[in-house]
Design a protein around this ligand. Sequence first.
Ligand code: CAA
Length: 260
Amino acid sequence: MTHLENLIFETGEISLLTINRPKALNALNRQVIEEMTRTLRDVRDDQTIRVLIVTGAGERAFVAGADIAAMSEMSPIEGLEFSRLGHRLMQDIEDLPIPVIAAVNGFALGGGLELAMACDLIVAGENARFGQPEINLGLIPGFGGTQRLAHRVGQARARQLIMLGEMIDAKTACEWGLVNKVVSSNQLLAETRDLAAKLIAKSGFALRQAKAALRASFTMEEDAGLRFEQSAFGLTFSGADRIEGTKAFVEKREPKWQHR
Ligand code: CAA
């Protein structure tokens, strides 16, 4: 395992990755992003990990955005490189074969909301606040927000958040379909672990195909995405879990997954 200065990584069947820079409200600088990228590589290589939870240290923030102090010093080319680095991180999360859940405590702003949106599911504490406030800094979202937000909440609401730079609370984010569940803030991790346990009870092999096909709806035109789904559906027929799952239904019993 690589040395981590800004992250706490607790490995297990349900692994927990905590961004740990509470003094800067867990803002993402180059070092944090590079550490996350390295950790995700370890997660991908570890077949025993079934679900990854991403959260922020402390009570106040999940992630309050990309690091503004660092960005204030960047040249145009460094700004471009920083955006590329952030985009690669978000894609690495989306490309993980296992489900990833964001457990959002406090602020998820700018790069923080972009990070949450790269995850499969978002659980929010009631104190969570969401927004893309980059416009107030003379910037725009740079880690995927202009694309992923509209995909999740539609153009009207994406324009509202990105062009006005306003924040919404957890209840509104849930009504908009941006988050899956709002829970009491002191139960956030417990509730997120419960959700992770439900995912672990599914076929890991089928989840992997589902995740890849869902991602295709974001990266592909509809026709190509529908064709991708056909291939992914077909692939599940090569796995032991499809035989077990369909047989268990016919035999009126619970399936015993082999996750392959
Ligand atoms: N980058 C760097 N430092 C940050 C930060 C950020 N995004 N957000 C907060 N901090 C730091 C503050 O500078 C402050 O540090 P000091 O104690 O050393 O002064 C500390 O965290 C606590 O923050 P505040 O005192 O501001 O706390 P608050 O409770 O008064 O306000 C807040 C909280 C509303 C979240 C406010 O901190 C804020 O507006 N933060 C910036 C949010 C933002 O604009 N995010 C988007 C960044 S741009 C981006 O993300 C681009 C992209 O897409 C790639």
